[in-house]
Design a protein around this ligand. Structure first.
Ligand SMILES: [Zn+2]
Length: 74
C-alpha cells in the first residue's frame, strides 16, 4: 500500500476518500491523491492487462483446450 502525504503539512493521508487533509484542511489535489507516476503505472498495468487478455484470446483460439493446463502453474 502506498502512503501518501499532504503536500502542505506532510501529514500522512490515511484515506483517499477524503478530499481534504485531515490535519491542516488543505484541499488535496487529484494529482496528490493519485500521483502522475501512479496514474502512469496504473495505465501501464491496464494496458498490459489488456494486451495479455488480447494475447490470451488469440492463444485460446489457436491452441487446443487441453494444452491450457500445462501453463497453469502460478
Ligand atoms: Zn495537511
Amino acid at each position: 500500500m502506498n502512503q501518501l502525504r499532504c503536500q502542505k503539512c506532510s501529514a500522512l493521508i490515511v484515506s483517499r476518500k477524503f478530499s481534504k487533509c485531515t490535519t491542516c484542511g488543505v484541499n488535496l489535489s487529484s494529482s496528490l491523491v493519485m500521483t502522475s507516476e501512479q496514474a502512469k503505472k496504473v495505465a501501464e498495468i491496464d494496458q498490459h492487462t489488456k494486451n495479455v487478455h488480447e494475447a490470451s484470446l488469440k492463444w485460446h483460439s489457436q491452441m487446443p483446450s487441453q494444452d491450457l493446463r500445462r501453463g497453469g502453474s502460478h
